[in-house]
Design a protein around this ligand. Structure first.
Ligand SMILES: *Cc1c(COP(=O)(O)O)cnc(C)c1O
Length: 405
């Protein structure tokens, strides 16, 4: 992918200048290609908050945002464990953090990936959801005696925005058999994933009740219970309960179980740690009624705004003059020639928005830039680091935000 990273120039005395605001970055660069605005301090704070709230190890799900600056910011916030799903993610984390714990949490892995992760990167934790994968891991690690094998159990389809139960996870009976087989050769854990952007804390309580039955039936000494990811963030059309409600539900669910004294809890958040640390600035290149043609779309950073219909918070950055428009619901067309490159929103923006204006789209740190493609030649993107806004939520609409500085 074609990313131009723009760093603040060091001052003459060698000190680094304060990071610019998004508006200042837009006004100096006047970008006509999409511009990612990264707030490393925000990622660091969210990581610290999550690590403090969760009663166990917090594994960051690397796929959600593998940007090196984001990974470093999360590590600065206290993340020491990483959930990797491919050998490239394993290599990336190992290169950046020689001492980090890497957990290979994809239930169906390439044999070469298992071999390399074990032999070259010190990975000892592998997830599986089938007897075939168990055999593969045992073979490719040379019957290693120092493994921790995690069995992923299936959950019934829940309330999450993105259901993940269809593809991975063993049914209850298979999970019981796999736990016993794993316990015969390794330390053993149980994992589940309630689905991404799951706004219902009781989903974890129900999953934990299901896990409890399975663990009792298997009759094994469980080393790790992994409650997965899926912790939600706020979008304009979705205001989930605060993080504390999810932590309380997990504590309640765990308290009802009879876990062995030494059993450790893990979780695997992606979205919750990084959604807020990145925004995206797009430019309006044409307007047709309520539809704005913008320079990024579903084949670029805005994949989830397409078929999945995610609404993101938006604010106008006028190219010239001040905006006096009232908010109006707009939809977006992306830059490619494909008619699927369309985002319904609604994205409320001042009704005097015009060609040449910019829109800052918030909550773009999760499943944004990492899903970009090169389709139709719209592959180039700028990336800047920006300072955090002084107050409140970066993207809540405030009338003053629409005035040109
Ligand atoms: C994607 C994924 C995660 C992260 O999910 P979020 O919804 O971003 O928290 C965690 N674990 C597994 C196994 C995943 O596939």
């Amino acid at each position: 992918m074609n990313i131009t990273r723009i760093r603040p120039l060091p001052r003459r005395d060698g000190t680094t200048p304060a990071l610019p605001s998004t508006r200042a970055a837009v006004m100096s660069l006047r970008p006509d290609i999409p511009m990612l605005c990264l707030r490393p301090a925000k990622a660091c704070r969210e990581a610290a908050r999550f690590v403090a709230a969760f009663p166990g190890h917090v594994l960051y799900a690397v796929k959600c945002n593998p940007d090196e600056a984001v990974l470093r910011a999360l590590a600065a916030g206290g993340i020491r464990h990483f959930d990797a799903a491919s050998i490239s993610e394993v290599r990336l984390v190992r290169r950046l953090f020689p001492d980090a714990h890497i957990h290979f949490m994809h239930p169906v892995k390439a044999r070469s990936a298992i071999r390399e992760a074990y032999a070259q990167h010190g990975v000892r934790d592998f997830v599986l959801d089938s007897p075939e994968e168990l055999a593969k891991i045992v073979e490719e690690t040379g019957h290693a005696r120092d493994l921790r094998l995690m069995v992923r159990m299936a959950l019934a389809k829940g309330e999450a925005r993105l259901d993940l139960s269809g593809k991975f996870g063993a049914p209850a009976q298979t999970t019981v058999a796999l736990l016993r087989d794993c316990a015969a050769v390794a330390k053993t854990g149980l994992a589940f994933h309630v689905g991404s952007q799951c706004c219902d804390p009781t989903a974890w309580e129900r999953a934990l009740a299901q896990a409890d039955t399975i663990i009792r039936t298997a009759g094994i000494d469980l080393d790790v219970l992994d409650v997965g990811g899926g912790f939600p963030v706020s979008y304009p059309d979705m205001r989930p309960p605060p993080l504390g409600a999810f932590m309380a539900a997990i504590r309640r669910g765990v308290a009802r179980m009879a876990l062995p004294a030494g059993c450790t809890l893990w979780c695997e958040p992606g979205r919750a740690l990084v959604a807020a640390c990145q925004s995206l600035v797009v430019q309006v290149q044409g307007r047709r009624g309520d539809m704005l043609f913008i320079n990024d779309g579903v084949y670029g950073t805005l994949s989830d705004a397409g078929a999945l219909g995610f609404c993101y918070p938006c604010r106008l950055i006028k190219a010239a003059g001040a905006s006096h428009g009232a908010l109006h619901p707009f939809g977006f067309y992306g830059p490619t020639c494909d008619s699927l490159d369309r985002m319904e929103g609604p994205f409320p923006l001042p009704d005097d928005i015009a060609e040449g204006d910019w829109i800052e789209i918030g909550q773009m740190g999760a499943y944004g830039a990492c899903l970009r493609t090169e389709f139709n030649g719209f592959d180039h993107i700028l990336r800047v680091e920006v300072g955090e806004p002084a107050t409140g939520h970066a993207m809540e609409h405030k009338t003053t935000d629409h005035r040109a500085a």
